[in-house]
Design a protein around this ligand. Structure first.
Ligand code: MN
Length: 367
């Protein structure tokens, strides 16, 4: 039972409209897809969606890291996931988005080998996952219109991007709450855009608009600022850019700097280490969310299976495949109905068919 072949593909996926958050806008997502083929006929799909701003990785660095990692995995048992991760970590440090692609493909293989949907293999705590939809930064009025559209589509939770201008940010939340009424969850994400002083001011002003939690108010490395915001905020504070790994989670929890953690497979290096973050957080009484970068249906399915499997992953922001115009998976993956993601009976991630025009030919084949 061994890994026989690894194929690496480079894909560019266009967003429906420019996706704007505090640090800048993107029009497309440059992802790397891997297919791991075993010597017993089972294969798995994985995906990397690197964010240079968050982990310093690009599609190019992911391909370079995989060029070092992939040859060493040939012949390894795909089910010995922790061994494979230990091996990857010994070959290259960092590069979590590159490692996530391998980790996700190994988990797909795990599900297909035992012939069950992945979330059932990993614990099967839930059968469906409620995801929010993200509202990209625009004028407060335009965002209120986008919010109404999203609610009409059936979304029960909105993730509102803020962090540009404190006054306008307050106005964004006021108009959105007014437009959607009280029965929709509103969570916000400043993507490091505020100072701690600005964050405390804004959060106190928007408390009355019933905001569920506020993500990454201050720069990732500003631990003191984050602690100060948490102490003075009436709204629970979630760390995103500040926490990549299980070690980061432990450090920030010890510092009492967070109420919640946003786990992303592209920061943690995949599902295996994401589970460790969720476990550390659970022991500290800290609920987690699973988020995403610009993943297609493959990476989003991985996040959704994880969220369904693990009790402490209580929130999901798994929407990038819906924000992308290009669909990489033409069949399979998770199903979306309103705010709910459900799982087909297919084994593993459940990805059945990819758009081979977008996928193209492999850039590299390792065997
Ligand atoms: Mn975030």
């Amino acid at each position: 039972m061994g890994i026989q072949k690894i194929e690496v593909y480079s894909v560019t996926l266009a967003y429906r409209e420019p996706f704007r958050i505090a640090p800048g806008a993107s029009t497309e997502s440059h992802n790397v897809v891997v297919k791991i083929v075993t010597d017993y006929g089972v294969y798995g799909w994985g995906e990397s969606s690197p964010s240079e701003r968050v982990t310093g990785e690009t599609a190019e660095t992911v391909i370079k890291a995989l060029d070092k990692i992939a040859p060493t995995l040939i012949g390894m048992c795909p089910l010995r996931i922790e061994q494979n991760i230990e091996l990857m970590d010994s070959i290259v440090a960092g590069n979590p988005a590159a490692k996530a692609a391998i980790d996700i493909a190994l988990h797909d293989i795990l599900g297909k080998t035992v012939r069950k949907p992945l979330y059932m293999v990993m614990g099967g705590y839930r059968t469906e996952v409620l995801t929010d939809i993200t509202l990209s930064i625009k004028s407060p009025k335009e965002m209120a219109k986008d919010a109404v559209k999203a609610v009409k589509k059936g979304f029960k939770a909105l993730k509102v991007k803020v962090g540009v201008n404190p006054e306008e940010d307050v106005e964004r939340i006021r108009l959105i709450r007014k437009a959607v009424g009280e029965n929709v969850e509103i969570r916000i994400d400043a993507n490091q855009g505020w100072t701690s002083k600005q964050a405390i001011e804004v959060l106190n002003k928007i408390e009355k608009f019933n905001v569920q939690f506020a993500e990454q108010p201050v720069p990732a490395e500003d631990l003191k600022g984050l602690m100060e915001v948490k102490r003075n905020s009436p709204i629970p504070i979630m760390a995103d850019e500040s926490i990549h790994s299980p070690e980061d989670a432990l450090r920030l929890i010890k510092a009492e700097a967070v109420d919640l953690i946003n786990i992303k497979l592209m920061k943690s290096g995949g599902i295996h280490k994401a589970k460790k973050i969720a476990a550390i957080a659970e022991a500290a009484g800290i609920p987690c969310m699973i988020g995403c970068m610009g993943e297609s249906e493959i990476g989003i399915a991985a996040g959704a299976h994880l969220a369904a499997a693990i009790k402490n992953i209580q929130y999901a922001d798994l929407d990038s495949d819906l924000l992308l115009k290009d669909k990489l998976a033409t069949k399979g993956g998770t199903k979306v109905k309103g705010s709910m993601r459900t799982f087909p009976k297919q084994h593993g991630l459940g990805i059945k068919e990819l758009n081979y025009k977008i996928l193209g030919r492999p850039l590299k084949i390792y065997r």
